[in-house]
Design a protein around this ligand. Structure first.
Ligand SMILES: [Zn+2]
Length: 192
C-alpha cells in the first residue's frame, strides 16, 4: 500500500501551523510525523553558519531514520510569510514527478488555483550542478536545503512544501488550502 509521511515542525516556529493544517489529514492515509524538537528557522545572533548547517543535517538524518522503509512519499511542510495571498512552493529533484505534479495539480484544482501564480514548482539541483546548464530546465531550479542523500535518495520520494501565509499564524482558510495541496501532492505520488 502506498504510504505518505507528512513532516511537520522541522522548523519549530512552524509546528503550530503544521498541527492546524494536519489536524484532519490522518483519515486520508497520510501519517503525520510531528517533530517536537525542531530547529529554529532564523539563525540566532552570533551563531555560526556552520553550526546551523550541522543542526540541520543532524535533524534530517534523524528524520530520515524515522521515515526510511516506512513511506513511499515524504512531504516536508514549512511555512513562510506572504505579502499578498496564500501561495506555495513545491520542491522536488525529480523532473518526472515535477511534470506529473504540474499536470496533476492543474487537473485536481482546475481553475481554483491559478498555477503558476499561487503554486510554483521548483527543481532541486545538486550542489555540483550549478552553472548555466542548470537553468535550461523547465522548472526554476534551487539548491537542496536538506541533505542531498534525502532529496536524491532512493528510499522514498522527498517533496519539500513551503506554504506562504498572510500572517505568522495563518488562518482557517489557509490551513484548508494547505491541507488540500498536501492531499493533492499525495494523490500525485499515489498515481505516478
Ligand atoms: Zn521551515
Amino acid at each position: 500500500m502506498f504510504r505518505t509521511g507528512l513532516i511537520i515542525g522541522a522548523h519549530h516556529e512552524e509546528l503550530a501551523f503544521g498541527e492546524k493544517t494536519a489536524s484532519r489529514i490522518k483519515k486520508s492515509g497520510i501519517d503525520v510525523i510531528r517533530i517536537a524538537d525542531g530547529i529554529p528557522n532564523r539563525r540566532a545572533r552570533g551563531e555560526l553558519k556552520s553550526s546551523k548547517k550541522t543542526d540541520l543535517d543532524n535533524l534530517y538524518s534523524r528524520i530520515h531514520r524515522k521515515v526510511c522503509g516506512k513511506y513511499d512519499l515524504v512531504i516536508d511542510l514549512h511555512s513562510g510569510l506572504s505579502e499578498e495571498k496564500w501561495s506555495a512552493d513545491i520542491f522536488s529533484s525529480e523532473m518526472g514527478f515535477l511534470d506529473f505534479m504540474d499536470a496533476g495539480l492543474k487537473k485536481i484544482f482546475r481553475d481554483k488555483f491559478h498555477l503558476p501564480d499561487k503554486i510554483r514548482l521548483f527543481k532541486i539541483i545538486r550542489n555540483d550542478q550549478t552553472g548555466p546548464k542548470a537553468f535550461d530546465d523547465r522548472f526554476p531550479v534551487c539548491l537542496a536545503f536538506v541533505p542531498e542523500d534525502i532529496v536524491n535518495g532512493k528510499h522514498y520520494r522527498y517533496v519539500g512544501l513551503e506554504v506562504y501565509l498572510t500572517s505568522q499564524k495563518g488562518c482557517m482558510s489557509e490551513y484548508r488550502l494547505s491541507r488540500r495541496l498536501i492531499l493533492a501532492v499525495h494523490e500525485c505520488g499515489l498515481r505516478l
